[in-house]
Design a binder for this molecule. Structure first.
Ligand code: SF4
Ligand code: SF4
Length: 222
């Protein structure tokens, strides 16, 4: 899932100063899973903003709601009346959700209430690990389902680099050497011959930078 973290309330307060009628809008998918944008966080932020506005004699109304997914246009239909009734939306979704909102409602200011960090999974409650950089050319079939692009500190496709000590990466000293993990996983699966194949060649032209630029051109943004 997409991992997000809340911005500080001071930043949100600054961002929403003088914003007019405001809708605080949550996202029940990734943001909610990260405890940053579900119904509970929407209620907390909306209530803090109301309190802050009241203290500064600001009478503007603050509405709140949550959609299942802000990153898909069809899920935004049920809030279109509320958005129309507001000047600004404070979105508690990832960057994809904020941009989908901005595309769907071009006449409204859409503000981000969270920072989008990476694609990952929870390792324990409240802690997440990066698993994928969305490189556009997945090679997990050759690495026993472990991503060296994301998890090797040097992004090596033909590791290990030889610098690990006791199984620990020489760069990220709190992390195991991912190429050592790949070796053991391939061995367990009887697939060690993959390491003997000619060096892995990656299709860098589909790297995210270029893909993103192409996508933006397609929607006429550049
Ligand atoms: S190889 Fe690329 S697409 Fe596959 S998991 Fe790694 S970064 Fe993600
Ligand atoms: S020690 Fe392992 S994980 Fe760290 S940079 Fe070298 S190959 Fe990559």
């Amino acid at each position: 899932m997409i991992i997000v973290e809340p911005k500080s309330f001071e930043e949100i307060e600054q961002m929403t100063k003088g914003c007019g009628r405001l809708l605080v809008l949550g996202c029940e998918t990734c943001s909610a899973m990260c405890f940053a944008g579900g119904q509970r966080q929407v209620a907390e932020i909306a209530s803090s903003i109301r309190m802050s506005k009241k203290m500064s004699q600001d009478q503007t109304e603050v509405l709140d709601d949550t959609v299942a997914r802000q990153c898909e246009l069809e899920f935004l239909d049920h809030v279109k009346d509320k958005v129309a009734a507001c000047n600004t939306v404070l979105s508690l979704s990832c960057g994809a959700g904020v941009q989908t909102m901005a595309k769907m409602f071009p006449d409204r200011r859409i503000l981000p209430a969270v920072n989008t960090k990476f694609i990952g999974r929870a390792t324990k409650r409240g802690e997440w690990m990066e698993m994928c950089m969305a490189c556009g050319d997945c090679i997990l079939e050759r690495t026993a389902g472990i991503c060296p692009v994301t998890r090797c500190a040097k992004g090596l496709l033909n590791g290990p680099c030889g610098g690990a000590t006791g199984g620990i990466c020489e760069v990220s000293k709190d992390q195991p050497c991912v190429w050592q993990e790949i070796y053991h996983a391939l061995k367990r699966l009887n697939m060690l011959h993959y390491l003997k194949q000619k060096p892995q060649v990656k299709d860098w032209p589909v790297h995210p930078d270029k893909v993103v630029r192409k996508d933006l051109r397609e929607v006429g943004a550049t």
